[in-house]
Design a protein around this ligand. Sequence first.
Ligand code: GAL
Length: 465
Amino acid sequence: MSLKYKFPENFWWGSATSGPQSEGRFNKKHRSVFDYWFDIEPQAFFNGVGPNVASNFYNSYKEDVKLIKEIGLNSLRTSIQWTRLIKDFETGEVDEDAAKFYNNVINEFIDQGILPVINLHHFDLPVELYEKYGGWESKKVVDLFVIFAKKCFELFGDRVKYWATFNEPMVVVEGEYLYKFHYPKLVDGKKAVQVLYNLNLASAKVIKEFKELGYDKNGGKIGIILNLTPSYPRSQEEKDVNAAKFVEDFFNNSFLDPAIKGKFPENLVEILNKDNVIWESTEEEMEIIRNNTIDFLGVNYYQPRRAKAKEEKFDESNGWMPDKYFDNYEMPGRRMNTYRGWEIYPQCMYDIAINVRDNYNNIPWYISENGMGVEGEEKYINDDGVIEDNYRIEFYEEHLSYLHKGISEGSNCFGYHTWTPIDCWSWSNAYKNRYGFIAVDLPTQIKTIKKSGRWIKEVAKNNGF
Ligand code: GAL
């Protein structure tokens, strides 16, 4: 078969989901910040739908894995919920039911020939640790997270070979401490900077533990999943270029650099120092960050960022914010996914590939999420009852074509995961926008393969399209 885009051998064709977004709260003994937020403020969630049932994966994982197999995926990422696995956060005592559940899930994937990629944190901090210690503001919580990670390695590390420490740690910083879209919805730039640092430290400490326990010698690899939003200036004027450079350093490189190079971007550190908001750190911690970099990188890509110089001087009377250094720029004529309010710009796939190749040692990396959320997909159901999501297939093909170009120019990309295999719960957007290859009818939890599910099966089988 002649293909226009052929991908490297053993390429990962898969999808990503997470524990809190798919499992439901069944039999969970603790609450995450999201569980708690829903309990106290259900109206903050689209149509009042919370994480209680999600896509029922806790009960239907066998059938779900079968469907995932049916659409030909060779790999899949999900996450282990700290609030499910651990009974006592201080000692790391494990909940036996939860250990059994995750063992069953992992075994099921492996039995079906699907490579499990396991992430340790997907925004789901135990709310008790927020109340008791201030969550990620506290280095105590960093150490408790290492205890949880160690348990995961010990319980599942014989079979799981690909681990991620965090999913989109920058979203924790933005959502919880800057822009109020995740509980506790604070606006506190100084705390945000400390959290940013602590999350980097937590990732490095987990990697250190992984290596000390010898999982790297057993074919194990550990990485991090970052949402990269390549940042483009409004114009080539110096002031716009500087604004975009700050955005790139604050929102992307503040995790990318420590994860791969073991150090923070110098320009950023200089600015945070000058503004007196730099994090508290010790030389010993910096050493841990320096010496414990990732084996592979996962990139979640949805949208670019566009920046321009500030139009008005930033009012600092309510405290420091990164927004002191840029304004967001809405480029006229940009293509939008109006359901999600995100720009569509597939060229970024190429720019990311080249950035990793040229500035990050061409480290092995993969696209760990890319996707298109669409509302009201039932209007695309055809006579056979299948959702004809042609827009999604086009979206993927376009993004893949730019990724392919980056790979053909030498970027070391080993896979492409979409968000998400089966429609899942998307935080405060709940089930508003659907992303899956497989649709979920919420009232009945009946799951049906969309047209894109048939498409990915062909792509995976042919290793291209
Ligand atoms: C990502 C996140 C996912 C999912 C997705 C679509 O940023 O990692 O958990 O919610 O957005 O909204």
